[in-house]
Design a protein around this ligand. Structure first.
Ligand code: PXP
Length: 256
């Protein structure tokens, strides 16, 4: 894989949301994961929430057993979730904040404030051969603390930027974008592997793919919605094409 390769992780949570609406077995998030991989996804992300509102324990176990690409186990850093993740042995865990009433993960994890609790969790996962990614806002103090905690990976929260782009708030979109650009640069300099996700669509994925430090995008909601109209395989292909267009700018800049 070239140095500027950019991975696509497909988040299948909302296939489970749809399944749970009727309480039966369909649509199956594991089937969606297999279809996404077949179409070119590099990995699968799923979030086992405390309230099990979409992904359930047996979904996570089946994903681990049935998919051929890395599983990124998104979770709050609770004792219960750490126990389940250690038993599941995914490729990576992505630690996120979780509030019971939120519609989705609303902000980044406060690794500065939760440093003491996160340090043993990261160490436990590292000892078990599981990479820890910290889902944080692109704030220098958060990034520096993630590096000090020896987390191998951070995922930059792109939600505020994507909301501003979609909502047509140019000034806020520019501000948020500059924060992401500076954050990705700082994280790269600190030796962190940088991922990004939340709220991305074809256009924002193409834009952010041009940041050379970013190695992986994790995308769910938009892709599952788009799949209703063009199918999941075609959505994966279109997303990969958007990412490749954005990434080509990195290769062009390196050649110039
Ligand atoms: N990355 C993380 C850490 C997330 O919490 C989520 C949402 O579950 C995503 C990526 C995917 O976000 P979206 O579903 O908005 O694409």
């Amino acid at each position: 894989m070239s140095q500027s390769a950019l991975r696509l992780g497909v988040n299948v949570d909302h296939v489970a949301t749809l399944r749970n609406a009727r309480g039966g077995p369909q649509p199956d998030p594991v089937r969606a994961a297999l279809a996404a991989i077949e179409a070119g996804a590099d990995g699968i992300t799923a979030h086992l929430r405390e309230d099990r509102r979409h992904i359930r324990d047996d979904d996570m176990a089946r994903l681990k057993a049935e998919i051929s690409k890395p599983l990124n186990f998104e979770m709050a850093a609770t004792e219960e979730m750490q126990r389940i993740a250690l038993a599941t042995k995914p490729h990576a865990v992505c630690l996120v904040p979780e509030r019971r009433m939120e519609l989705t993960t609303e902000g980044g994890l406060d690794v500065v404030g939760q440093r003491a609790a996160l340090a043993p969790a990261i160490a436990r996962f590292t000892d078990a051969g599981i990479r820890t990614s910290l889902f944080i806002d692109a704030e220098p103090a958060q990034i520096e603390t993630a590096a000090a905690l020896r987390a191998p990976v951070i995922e930059l929260h792109t939600g505020a930027w994507c909301d501003a782009v979609t909502g047509g708030d140019r000034a806020k979109a520019d501000r948020e974008w500059q924060r992401i650009v500076a954050g990705a640069r700082l994280a790269g300099e600190a030796g962190l592997e940088v991922h990004a996700g939340h709220g991305l669509d074809y256009a924002t994925a193409e834009t952010i793919a041009a940041l050379p430090q970013i190695m992986e995008l994790n995308i769910g909601y938009f892709m599952i919605g788009e799949a209703l109209f063009v199918g999941l395989a075609e959505t994966v292909r279109r997303m990969r094409a958007a990412m490749a267009r954005g990434r080509a700018a990195v290769a062009d800049a390196a050649r110039a």
